[in-house]
Write a protein that binds this ligand. Structure first.
Ligand SMILES: Nc1ncnc2c1ncn2[C@@H]1O[C@H](COP(=O)(O)OP(=O)(O)OP(=O)(O)O)[C@@H](O)[C@H]1O
Length: 224
C-alpha cells in the first residue's frame, strides 16, 4: 500500500499505574489507505474510543507512533495538533456535539470561522454542505428543532467543512434508531465514495459493518 493516510505502529495506551493499570489499547498496528472506509468494532470497553482519540490527536499513546497524512501525531505539539484537527481531521461523535443556541448553518460554519474563511465563502460552503447531507431546507433550525438523525447530519456536514482527508466517527449511530442509523452510515459510505476521503468509524452495530471496506476488531485492546 503506497502513501497510507493513517499509519498506526505498535500503539498502546495505559491508564493508571501499578496494580491498577488498565491497558486500554495494546500493540495495535495497521494502515488505512486514502478513500477507505474502515470500521472498528468491539464490545464496550474494547478500546475503540481510546484508539480513535489517539489517531485524531485528542489523546497521546503510552507507546508507539501514529501518523496521519505523513504527520507524526504522537510527537506533535499542541499548536500542531490544533492545526491537524482543523485542517486534516473531521470528528463526529455519538452525542452529535452541536451548539444548541446556533442554527444548523451556524454550527456548520464554526470550523470555517476558526479557519478564518471569508463570510461570503462560508455562506456558500455551508449551504452546499447542508444540501450534501440532505438538509438544504433546515439551515435556520436549531438542533433542538431537528430529529436525532438530522442533528447527526448537521454534525457530519460540520466535520466536512474544511474538506479534511480523514473523518473519524465514534459510534455515530449510537443514539439513533436502527433505520436512521443505517441512513447515516449510507451517507458516510456515499461521502467516502464521492470525495475519496478516508473514514474511520467505531461501531457496536453488526448491521453497519457490511458498509465498510475493511473491519478491524478490537478485543481487550488488541486487534483480533
Ligand atoms: N480516562 C480513563 N481513565 C481510566 N480508564 C479509562 C479511561 N478511558 C478509558 N478507560 C478504560 O479503557 C478501556 C477502553 O475504553 P474505551 O472507551 O476506549 O472503550 P470503547 O471500546 O470505546 O467502549 P464503548 O463502546 O463503551 O465506548 C476501558 O476498560 C475503560 O474503562
Amino acid at each position: 500500500m503506497s502513501d497510507p493516510l493513517i499509519e498506526v505502529d505498535g500503539v498502546g495506551r495505559d491508564y493508571g499505574t501499578g496494580d491498577r493499570t488498565v491497558h486500554a489499547v495494546r500493540e495495535v498496528s495497521f494502515e488505512a489507505a486514502r478513500g477507505e472506509l474502515v470500521a472498528v468494532r468491539g464490545r464496550s470497553g474494547a478500546g475503540k474510543t481510546t484508539l480513535l482519540n489517539m489517531i485524531g490527536g485528542l489523546d497521546r499513546p503510552t507507546r508507539g507512533v501514529v501518523r496521519v497524512a505523513g504527520v507524526d501525531v504522537t510527537s506533535a505539539n499542541e499548536a500542531q495538533l490544533l492545526d491537524l484537527r482543523r485542517s486534516t481531521i473531521g470528528f463526529v461523535f455519538q452525542s452529535f456535539g452541536l451548539i444548541p443556541i446556533l442554527s444548523a448553518a451556524e454550527n456548520v460554519s464554526v470550523p470555517l470561522r476558526l479557519n478564518r474563511r471569508p463570510a461570503a465563502e462560508r455562506e456558500e460552503r455551508v449551504q452546499l454542505l447542508l444540501e450534501l447531507v440532505g438538509l438544504g431546507g433546515q439551515a435556520a433550525q436549531r438542533p433542538g428543532e431537528l430529529s436525532g438523525g438530522q442533528q447527526q447530519r448537521v454534525a457530519v456536514a460540520r466535520a466536512l467543512a474544511n474538506d479534511p482527508p480523514l473523518l473519524i466517527a465514534d459510534e455515530p449511530t449510537g443514539q439513533l434508531d436502527s433505520e436512521t442509523g443505517r441512513s447515516i452510515m449510507d451517507l458516510l459510505r456515499a461521502l467516502v465514495d464521492a470525495r475519496g476521503m478516508t473514514a474511520l468509524v467505531a461501531t457496536h452495530d453488526p448491521s453497519l459493518i457490511d458498509r465498510a471496506d475493511r473491519v478491524l476488531t478490537l478485543r481487550d485492546g488488541r486487534l483480533a
